[in-house]
Design a protein around this ligand. Structure first.
Ligand code: PAF
Length: 276
């Protein structure tokens, strides 16, 4: 695996490999099986696989969250080599990524104004900025994102369409631990006891799925939220249309997902599930 610390060197290297299909997996490191599953899919579908590891400061609205974000570069590099990743972009500083930034003109409608958009002001703007810059540097054919961050996936897909980028944005299934907890770099921050409690998220999502046709949507949202408060500090539990995150109206027959965010101790966990 080749490691590039500047975009200049990476771009020079890529220009010597024209015509290769590139599969790209942007990450913030602390890699787990969820990330590896994206990389393995990229490996199957593309000729060249590029991963980036960059803890992007502009997407953290909470300074402490940024400072506490786990950094495990040596371990990450070992894992990337073990699955045959071809290239790692590991920028040496923030400036290298933001070097050629231009204004972004994207209309996200309600996508950045609900759920995480309310609870983490500025977060999606930071995600869009960095993903667009990384797309410009890597010029991927396909880019892979985990559906655990479903709202992020929809926003990146919308941005790519509106900017007419010829990149296929692929959403990949959530990878879970044996007890159902969604894989996340933040799970590393949980104590043993908190780790047990954290399964409440998937249990409540599953409960929601089991009862989706029995109760009015808003009553079910309230019931699920109340269930979560016994174990942690839930920020929200909402049931939305999967295509655009609008509320589910009685005449809507398409795919529906439930979304939950809950703090267990100091760790903010996020999960979602298709419930209809
Ligand atoms: O999902 C993430 O890890 C980040 O939001 C991303 C897409 C790498 C942008 O920093």
């Amino acid at each position: 695996m080749e490691i590039f610390k500047t975009q200049k060197e990476l771009k020079k290297h890529l220009s010597s490999l024209p015509d290769k299909t590139i599969g790209f997996v942007p990450t913030m490191g602390a890699l787990h099986r969820g990330h590896l599953s994206l990389l393995i899919r990229a490996k199957v579908e593309c000729e060249l696989v590029i991963c980036s590891i960059f803890v992007n400061p502009t997407q953290f609205n909470d300074k402490k969250d940024f400072e506490n974000y786990p950094i495990l570069i040596d371990e990450d590099i070992k894992q990337l080599k073990s699955i045959g990743c071809d290239i790692l972009y590991l920028p040496e500083n923030v400036e290298d990524v933001y070097l050629n930034e231009r204004d972004l003109n994207v209309d996200l409608g309600i996508l950045d104004k609900v759920m995480e958009g309310i609870n983490r002001p500025g977060h999606f703007n930071g995600v869009m900025r960095v993903v667009k810059l990384l797309f410009d540097i890597v010029s991927p054919t396909k880019a892979y994102f985990g559906l655990k961050d479903y709202q992020q996936y929809l926003i990146i897909k919308t941005m790519t369409q509106q900017l007419n980028l010829t990149i296929e944005v692929i959403g990949c299934d959530i990878i879970r631990e044996a007890d159902g907890l969604a894989m996340s770099s933040r799970n590393l921050l949980l104590t043993f006891q908190q780790r047990q409690v954290a399964t409440t998220l998937i249990k409540t999502l599953q409960y929601c799925k089991d009862h989706i046709n029995e109760a009015p949507i808003e009553a079910l949202e309230r019931r699920c939220l109340a269930m979560m408060t016994q174990y942690g500090e839930p920020e929200y539990f909402v049931i939305r249309r999967a295509d655009n995150l609008e509320k589910v109206t009685p005449d809507y027959t398409g795919e529906v997902r439930a979304f939950v965010v809950c703090k267990i101790g100091k760790v903010r966990l996020i999960d979602n599930l298709q419930v209809r």
